[in-house]
Design a protein around this ligand. Sequence first.
Ligand code: GLU
Length: 313
Amino acid sequence: MQPCGRFAPSPSGRMHLGNVLCALLAWLSVRARGGRFLLRIEDLDPERCPRALADLIEDDLRWLGLDWDAGGAASGETYYQSSRTAVYETYYETLARKAEVYPCFCSRAALHAASAPHLSDGRVLYAGTCYGLSPAETAEKRRSRCPAARIHVPDETVSFVDGVQGAYSENLAAECGDFILRRSDGVFAYQLAVTVDDGLMGVTEVVRGRDLLESTARQIWMHRLLGFEPPQYFHIPLLLDYDGRRLSKRDDDLDLGMLRERFPPEQVVGALAYAAGLAGSPAPVRAADLVTGFDWAKVPKTDLYLPNVFRQL
Ligand code: GLU
């Protein structure tokens, strides 16, 4: 099967250097093996993700020298998650047949109460409060609150080998807990949408920040329930600011709007390639010139510091 990779940005802001690193590595990985590259716009929450920002991401990718074979505006609505609700509905029904999906009335405050079980990384493990409500209790609660939909996970350990982080295992019941498939406002959750889309779009490799490593076990579990072959995962290091803080979309001082005014694309690509172990120096380079020497073994798993050239900004 031809390798297929994807870049799946949520256009809630302009791309920052961390997003650029992710797009670059995803593109190099698949281009180095002659594969297809997709651009999927993860705008499940259309209010936070206006189309104009998605268009800017396309423009920024072109500026960086990264191309794609399908997706974005040229493919119509197919690769915008905001247009795929009917697709998610179908797969949601399948999941509800294969596992237990139940209404959850818990408020955000209740979920984060001090008594809620917290995992070592700060995430809250769902305590199962609404699992097993009787039909009468459910009907009563529905009168005052619209429920979210949660899926019950089994006491099952999912293991996989991440292409960057190595062997990883997670027990779904103990380390993930029952999770949301659809929010109380009807919007499908990222976990469902990303699994369905990667499965249906034939994605064979997923490259993304290591902050999403803990989402992977449940996605693999859903891939299997839905009859998809799970992709291979590569969770890349995060880019840290000088003070050790990770870059975020709020740091608009380092977004591509500003970077494009000050640097040519080859300098941005060269500095990131050097930081990621793919080039011997931070000299300017075109993305296309990195394809031949690309090797995941060169990419470190520990977080990366912002390249020097961007530090004086
Ligand atoms: N849309 C997600 C983000 O921009 C990425 C999801 C993924 O790659 O699985 O953070």
